[in-house]
Ligand binder design. Structure first.
Ligand SMILES: Cc1cc2nc3c(=O)[nH]c(=O)nc-3n(C[C@H](O)[C@H](O)[C@H](O)COP(=O)(O)O)c2cc1C
Length: 328
């Protein structure tokens, strides 16, 4: 079986790989266009970006590639709808809505004839998404980077969700190599979304301290933190995290621009993620997927992609040879 393409509504990516949108300028034009160029879907993370910068990133990415570009935005962000509108006007190919659920997005994207993908962690939300008009769902498990909607692993959630809906189901959370991609396709996924693997690429523009922190961290450096957004997240143990666990009041926000619809105000998430992006070890909150330990080097997207595709193909060939492939 040849590694399949990924059809989302009226658009088709040659390879079933989506680069996960990463907030606060972690996934910008350079990364998204490099992934799109290789035949995946490159995604700009809109959350924490000014509208002006988002427009600029969309235009830069568009000018750099003829491939498919997506926009990821957290429903929990105050400027959620504005970001979606900016991207639609810039002719984004797909909208991916994470960290919360919005019914409005379906009406808006229908008007613009742009497919919507929702991030889900249950059969119930997957079915609701399909009913409201989603073109695909991303099932994100507890091993993922970013905010989490479940304590279950994507591979455990996947079969029931594939069974429950007839739109493409994409797996996310804890996938870093081609055999992971092959395994998820075997389980019935139409594709895989990866964040951490692409964060550790040449084209991801975060400060090198962020990349080095992940490359040098041990498995025991991973913590689970409750973000002010009201959702848990995987992160690396750093001074800010230590202070958070000690309930140190010095990390409480001193000012606030109301970036979230609701905020727990334990600390300023926007400031902490921006500090991480800029490589500030003391003040940063470094989100990561759990499999960072299995990524040994920062590589160009071209090489990451070539390896993902070759290893996924080898996995599928091996499984097919054994006659064990479960086709969806
Ligand atoms: C630094 C970072 C920031 C992220 N920001 C977002 C975000 O803004 N919105 C979202 O839906 N997912 C976000 N994610 C999740 C990714 O899009 C992707 O689904 C996830 O990283 C997959 O897990 P993996 O890292 O194990 O591959 C983020 C992940 C990381 C590592």
């Amino acid at each position: 079986m040849e590694i399949p393409s990924l059809k989302i509504g009226a658009v088709t990516a040659r390879f079933p790989i989506i680069q996960g949108g990463m907030a606060v300028n972690v996934s910008t034009a350079e990364l998204a266009s490099a992934v799109a160029d290789e035949g995946g879907i490159g995604v700009i993370g809109a959350t924490g970006m000014s509208m002006e910068n988002l427009r600029k990133q969309m235009r830069e990415a568009r000018a750099a590639t003829k491939g498919l570009l997506g926009l990821n935005v957290m429903v929990a962000a105050r400027e959620f709808k504005e970001s979606v509108l900016v991207a639609l006007k810039e002719k984004v190919d797909v909208i991916i809505a994470g960290a919360g659920f919005s019914r409005d997005i379906f009406t808006l994207c229908k008007e613009w004839k742009t497919p919507v993908i929702t991030m889900v962690a249950s059969v119930k939300v997957a079915r609701l998404s399909e009913r409201l008009g989603a073109s695909a769902v991303i099932v994100e498990g507890c091993d993922a980077g970013g905010h989490l909607g479940t304590e279950e692993h994507a591979a455990d959630l996947l079969p029931a969700i594939c069974e429950a809906v007839s739109i493409p189901v994409i797996a996310a959370g804890g996938f870093v190599d081609g055999s992971d991609v092959g395994r998820m396709l075997e389980l019935g996924a139409a594709g895989v979304q990866m964040g951490t693997r692409f964060l550790l690429s040449d084209e991801c523009t975060v400060h090198k301290n962020f990349k080095n922190l992940l490359l040098n961290a041990k498995a025991s450096d991973l913590v689970r933190i409750m973000s002010p957004v009201g959702l848990p997240a995987n992160a690396i143990r750093t001074p800010l995290v230590e202070k958070y666990f000690k309930e140190d009041s010095s990390i409480k926000p001193t000012s606030c621009d109301g970036c979230l619809k609701k905020c727990g105000r334990q600390f300023c998430i926007l400031e902490a993620l921006t500090a991480a992006r800029n490589g500030d070890y003391e003040r940063g909150l470094f989100f990561t997927g759990k499999r960072y330990v299995d990524i040994k080097t920062v590589e160009p997207v071209k090489k990451i992609f070539a390896d993902l595709v070759a290893d996924a193909q080898a996995y599928l060939d091996r499984v097919l040879d054994n006659g064990a492939l479960v086709t969806s």
